[in-house]
Structure formats: C-alpha cells, structure tokens
Design a protein around this ligand. Sequence first.
Ligand SMILES: CC(=O)N[C@H](C=O)[C@@H](O)[C@H](O)[C@H](O)COP(=O)(O)O
Length: 228
Amino acid sequence: MNVAEAIRGRLIVSCQAQEPSPFLDTPHMMAMASAAVLGGAAGLRGQGVAHVRGMAMLGVPVIGLVKRSTPGSPVYITPTEADVTALTEAGARIVAADATGRPRPGGEKLADMIAATHAGGALFMADVDSLDAALAAVDAGADLVGTTLAGYTTDTDVPDDPDIALVGTISRRCPVPVIGEGRYRTPAQVAAAFDEGAWAVVVGTAISDPVNTTRRFAHACPHSPVEP
Ligand SMILES: CC(=O)N[C@H](C=O)[C@@H](O)[C@H](O)[C@H](O)COP(=O)(O)O
C-alpha cells in the first residue's frame, strides 16, 4: 500500500515537545509515539531528525519536519533543502514544510524543496495557511496539503478552534489529499474535518502533550496559580 493510502481516513498523531517538557528526548518521544500507534494512529508526525529516525521504527509512516528559526525569514517548519535531505535519510515517508509563500531563507524555492523530497523517495506535505498557498503548492508539485499554519501567519491572536472550513475550501479546489491539522482538540472536530473532505487529520498537543493537557484541567480548579 502506498503511503497516502495508508493514512487515508485515519488519524495521525503529532508527537512533539517543547522545553520544559520531560518528553524532549528521543526515547520518551518514541514511547509517546508507540502509545499513539497502540491507540490507533495510522501515522506519526515528528520534529527533528533524531525523533523521526526513532519513530520510523514503529511500523507506521512518519511525517518528518525540522523546526528551526532562520535569520531574515519567518519560515520555521523545515526551512531548507538540507533539512529535507536529513529527514528523508532518517526515514521520513512524508516531509512537511512551510508552504505559505513567505520568503524562505536564502531565497530557496518551494519547487526545489519538493524536488529534494522526491529525490529522497518521500512525499511532500505543504503546510499552508490559505487556499492561495495550497493552490501554489500543488502547482509546484506538492503531494499533500495540510492546514497546519492556518491562524499562525497573521498578527491576530491564534484562534482556539481548528480551521475546518479551510479544509473544505481546499478539498473542493485541490486535486491532492488535504490533511486537517492545527488545534484539533475533540473527536467531534476530527469527524467534522472528514465531513469537509479531509483525507486524514493530525492531532498533536491534545494527545501528545501531557503538560498542556494537565494545564487545561488545572485551570478549571479554583485555587490554580496564575501562569507566569
Ligand atoms: C503551528 C505549528 O508550528 N505547528 C506545528 C507543526 O508541526 C506543531 O507545533 C503542532 O503541534 C502540530 O501542527 C499539531 O497541531 P496541534 O498541536 O495544534 O494539534
């Protein structure tokens, strides 16, 4: 079965951690990813070459990315072709990268990122914020489009809810699988994305970030301290 078919109609769990999470190291993140697979995830999304290499041993396709800030560019999800190559060498079956149309570091072109992904034997997932970005990414050769960056590229506050309407808009206009991603917190939201035409849905924080999950419950308690 090809990799896109393997995730069709299924859940993908993004397993990422930020400081000060105790899950930052690869063994802990692999344990988190193993739990996701046991729970029914058909794919994983992992950040960083070491985590991707570990997750690639868990028997389901891994969407790999590298998060890195780069001088002079707002792009931080897999900014360069060198990142792409490192991810495919680590076993990523799909490489995810910013495809919002914002300037990439060193003026690298999206089409070259996609070519490097294909040269490494992987599919390219365009992380977009809009229909226009999705259409441009498909023109450039993207194999899948994700709504990953919707709500994160303007000066306005990040919304609470996922952009399920954008999944529908892109699905109706783009001939490639559309992945719902970003701020999915409930099974009902996941089901709604499939109703809008999603090929698969990625859930991260709500499943794989116990610090955030604990914080949500703690905030419901009357004596919780205010966040610093
Ligand atoms: C915007 C951005 O940098 N998104 C990143 C992309 O890999 C991750 O930080 C998210 O956790 C991931 O997209 C899953 O989304 P959520 O954790 O909301 O389910």
